[in-house]
Design a protein around this ligand. Structure first.
Ligand code: G1P
Length: 899
């Protein structure tokens, strides 16, 4: 069977025929300026800047087939009205018949073109949508061609419904808010400027103008306008059958005004006669601005076909260059998929976890753990500015080791909780260290640990356990000392607080408490007694790495001591009596928390590096041993795995039960990644995961087995249907982290299987039903959901680059230690990657003529630009940062000989 999605080049440009015949497809186009759009194949979807500023009505995935309020472009002809986007009642009735328009969608990063040809109307349209680099608008560029042998007269009409308000107003006074609309037509299009931004907590004067303007490719202005939805549709009509177009009735002239109506960017152009084969073009510009004066200037920039095409070309180039990692393996389809996966973190930087049809929640801003993980891929693609981003983000940590959970649109803008609920996600402490460690590895910038940053402060105290009654808005959102000054501590101190406080915050089984939830947001009903063994493993892994890092600082950089907040000293108690005793741990933590409910002393004391490293190491070892001793579930034959959680009834969640084996992937991932699992245990886990979680046809490793119960003493996930989202779907993010952990531990064959099954399923369009990319999850039928905006993309990319191709930094120097297996090399025994490292561009070619697999080859030699030899030890090749920094600009060719 031929796959419906075909790639047209190595950049990932793809095409699909009759895309409207598949439901639920959507494509993102956006710009750096804030416009974020979603496009269905028929140009449904929406356009917005943020939660309160939607130009088109916000859509959920179900609206993609239900909603007719999409972008449309009509041609009134002698035979009737033809929708060039395929969104007409007539066209819908012809779906899957011979009479259906022939259509094809082509798309690349941030642009989509749909061509459509009608046999009946003898017209062919090509509509390209993109958000240009220079202006905060979406462009819809329409080319129409007469495919018949006779000349025809056509009347072009653009029709884009203007919602012009907040997404909240869908179910909060939709009608009343339409009464706020003030609509007017200019000689360019329709402007809507509502009087107020509706919010019953306090209405705000509105400053935004929503506009839809049009111009012909030759620079001619529209003929007249249809600014009111009702009038355009007419009695008994709809957006799929608008009477104004069907009857070609006159619109209103420029200078018309309306109040209190649902608005439409309805623009009629002068009739044109196209001879056989002749074409004409039109540009529709849709945007939102607080400065109406700029609209004219914006239109000037897209006034002719040439200008639009130039802008489209620039846009394509910009985004292609942004994704500056290229992959070459035995499968060019996989390589193209990797381009899309590498693009996804950029999309999540722009969209956050909201604003695409599946992501019909959230209000913008970016969640704490997502933000830190997206930094991982930015460190590979766009490292400038990441240092500052990391520093700013540490300002979100509270002195009790918890953090503000949302970072606003501006870096350094923190929101305690999106929904105003005092929640602590117990995993939040682990992500900043993972990213910071990667940053130091890639750049060698250990100095970042010494930089001082403030702490976040609000009314929450004692890790969400109490309120600081003395805190108020006047105090501000930065932690202060008793003398009123803002307290600043080193990045290292922030990291230590995140880990040490967590270490002591244990439940009855001496694992870290689950609190509001961990990585799995849907484990949100075990706040009192739940424990996350999974993330206890993650904290333990981090503490080991942190201890190693400290020793490196001592060894290589001569660090002898660090200055830490005096109150913290209690957390550095190093006493296995306390470690073993849950009550003693809680008491110790409480002692610390009591000292910093309101202000801190501001006093710092020196701590010797060696002592600190030993302390962290002993804590890490204690946690790992404790988990190995108490949580290992021994299975048949050499199978086995770790219990990942305790529920609110204080019971272990996994193991063998009457209704079958229960296993969750999360605990295994962090036990493997952080070193709790010993090598034999990793092998056992792989066997169990293959036995209980693996389902090749739907993407590979599921997040969990079917518990067959609604466990209300653990979380909402058990209310979800099995196989969906956090309840047993193949949840890409966790599966990718599983692969990453396996690669790290040298379980390459197993890691490859996890990664590849995801990729294979994503690429199998007849199963996944998605455009290229990795979705958040594959459901029980293998369908991909929540496309584009997932942390899985960052981790997939990270794993391919740093583990599979094995190109990564070690204290700023470049290390190449590939874990490619035989089938990843092409027919010439080559695999290649192009990427930036230390501000230089490298094209690295792995030469493996015998196509040996990982484990069978060593690195014989690695040479840069035919002359500079890497330092090799068989498994890895090494180039000092100084050697790299002294290189010229331009692409450096590296040959790595394997044999
Ligand atoms: C999403 C959220 C992430 C959360 C995960 C599991 O994952 O963004 O914060 O940890 O669900 O609940 P993603 O879509 O990034 O893969």
């Amino acid at each position: 069977m031929v796959n419906a999605i075909q790639f047209l080049d190595r950049e990932g440009t793809f095409t699909i025929e009759q895309p409207e015949n598949y439901s639920g497809l959507y494509f993102p186009i956006a710009g750096e300026g804030g416009v974020k759009s979603a496009l269905s194949p028929n140009l449904g979807g929406d356009i917005k800047i943020d939660q309160n500023t939607f130009l088109m009505e916000p859509v959920s995935v179900e609206n993609l087939h239900n909603n007719r309020s999409g972008r449309n472009f009509w041609f009134h002809t002698e035979m009737g009205a033809w929708s060039a986007v395929g969104a007409s009642a007539e066209e819908e009735s012809k779906r899957f018949t011979e009479l259906q328009d022939r259509s094809e969608l082509k798309a690349g990063f941030m642009w989509q073109t749909v061509t459509r040809q009608s046999a009946k109307y003898q017209l062919k349209s090509e509509i390209t949508s993109f958000v240009p680099l220079k202006h905060n608008v979406e462009i819809m560029y329409v080319e129409i061609r007469n495919m018949g042998s006779l000349a025809q007269k056509i009347v072009p009409v653009a029709a884009v419904p203007i919602f012009g308000r907040s997404a909240d107003n869908i179910r909060d006074h939709r009608h009343v808010t339409s009464l706020l609309h003030r609509i007017r037509t200019t000689e360019n299009g329709v402007y809507v400027k509502p009087t107020l931004s509706f919010d019953e907590r306090g209405h705000q004067k509105n400053h935004c103008t929503y506009f839809v303007c049009g111009i012909t490719g030759a620079g001619e202005k529209p003929l007249d306008f249809y600014p009111v939805a009702d009038e355009f549709i007419g009695d008994g009509g709809s957006f799929a059958q608008p009477w104004k177009v069907i009857k070609n009735e006159d619109g209103v002239p420029a200078g018309s005004r309306y109040e209190g109506k649902e608005a439409l960017g309805g623009i009629r152009f002068s009739p044109i006669t196209l001879n056989s084969g002749e074409s004409a073009t039109f540009t529709v510009v849709m945007g939102i601005t607080e400065n109406e004066g700029e609209i004219e200037n914006i239109l000037d920039a897209y006034q002719t076909t040439e200008k639009v095409k130039k802008s489209l070309g620039d846009t394509k180039k910009y985004w292609q260059e942004k994704v500056n990692v290229r992959y070459y393996t035995s499968s060019s389809r996989f390589d193209c998929l990797m381009r899309w996966i590498s693009f996804q973190p950029i999309l999540r930087r722009i969209y956050g976890c909201s604003f695409l049809p599946h992501h019909d929640y959230g209000r913008g801003g970016r969640g704490w753990r997502d933000l830190w993980q997206d930094c991982l891929s930015l460190l590979i693609m766009d490292p400038d500015g990441v240092r500052q981003m990391i520093l700013d983000n540490y300002g979100g940590v509270r002195i009790d080791g918890t953090n503000a959970t949302i970072i606003g649109a501006k870096q350094g803008e923190f929101i305690a909780d999106r929904n105003g609920i005092a929640r602590v996600w117990m995993d939040h402490g682990v992500w900043p260290f993972m990213t910071t460690k990667f940053y130091i590895d890639q750049t060698g910038d250990t100095g970042i640990l010494e930089e001082t940053v403030s702490y976040f402060k609000d009314g929450q105290a004692e890790r969400g356990g109490s309120l600081d009654s003395r805190w108020d808005a006047e105090y501000g959102i930065q932690q202060r000392c008793t003398d009123g000054k803002i307290y600043k501590g080193s990045v290292l101190e922030h990291l230590l607080l995140q880990h040490l406080c967590a270490f002591y915050e244990v439940g009855a089984h001496n694992h870290i408490r689950l609190r509001g939830a961990d990585w799995n947001d849907a484990l949100d009903m075990a706040a009192e007694n739940g424990e996350s063994v999974a993330f206890t493993c993650a904290y333990a892994g981090n503490l080991t790495e942190m201890a190693k890092l400290l020793l490196l600082l001592e060894d290589k950089f001569g660090w002898e001591q660090v200055e830490l907040l005096e109150e913290m000293m209690v957390l550095l108690g190093d006493d296995s009596q306390v470690y073993n005793n849950v009550e003693a741990k809680k008491k110790l933590l409480q002692k610390y928390l009591q000292t910093c409910i309101h202000n801190v002393s501001g006093k710092k004391v020196p701590v010797a590096i060696q002592k600190l490293a030993d302390n962290l190491q002993s804590k890490a070892e204690w946690m790992k041993k404790h988990i190995r001793k108490t949580e290992w579930i021994k299975g048949d034959n050499t199978e086995g795995w770790f219990n990942s959680y305790y529920d609110n009834s204080g019971k272990p969640v996994e193991g063998y039960f009457e209704n079958g084996a229960k296993m969750i992937l999360t605990g295994q991932v962090f036990a493997i990644m952080g070193g709790t699992a010993e090598d034999e245990q990793v092998a056992g886990i792989c066997k169990s995961a293959d036995h209980y979680l693996y389902a090749q046809e739907i993407g590979g490793y599921r997040l969990n087995t079917d518990f067959q119960e609604q466990k209300f003493d653990l979380g909402r996930m058990f209310g979800f249907a099995y196989g969906e989202k956090e309840n047993g779907a193949v949840f890409s993010h966790m599966t990718v982290m599983y692969a990453n952990a396996l690669y790290k531990r040298g379980f390459v064959k197993e890691g490859y299987k996890a990664l590849q099954t995801l990729a294979d399923t994503a690429l199998k369009f007849e199963v996944s039903k998605i455009y290229p990319g990795i979705p958040e999850y594959f459901n029980g039928e293998g369908k991909g959901l929540y496309n584009y905006l997932t942390g899985a993309a960052s981790w997939y990319m990270l794993t391919m680059v740093t583990e599979v191709f094995g190109v990564h930094g070690e204290n700023g120097s470049m290390v190449i230690s590939p874990k490619l297996i035989s089938e990843q090399f092409d027919e010439h025994g080559k695999a290649q990657i192009q990427l930036r490292f230390a501000e230089k561009e490298f094209h690295i070619v792995f030469q493996n003529p015998k196509k040996l697999s990982y484990g069978k080859y060593t690195i014989k030699k690695a040479v840069c630009d035919g002359k500079l030899e890497f330092h090799c030890d068989g498994n890895s090749a090494f180039l000092y940062r100084e050697e790299i920094l002294s290189m010229q600009d331009g692409v450096h060719q590296v040959e790595v000989y394997l044999g």
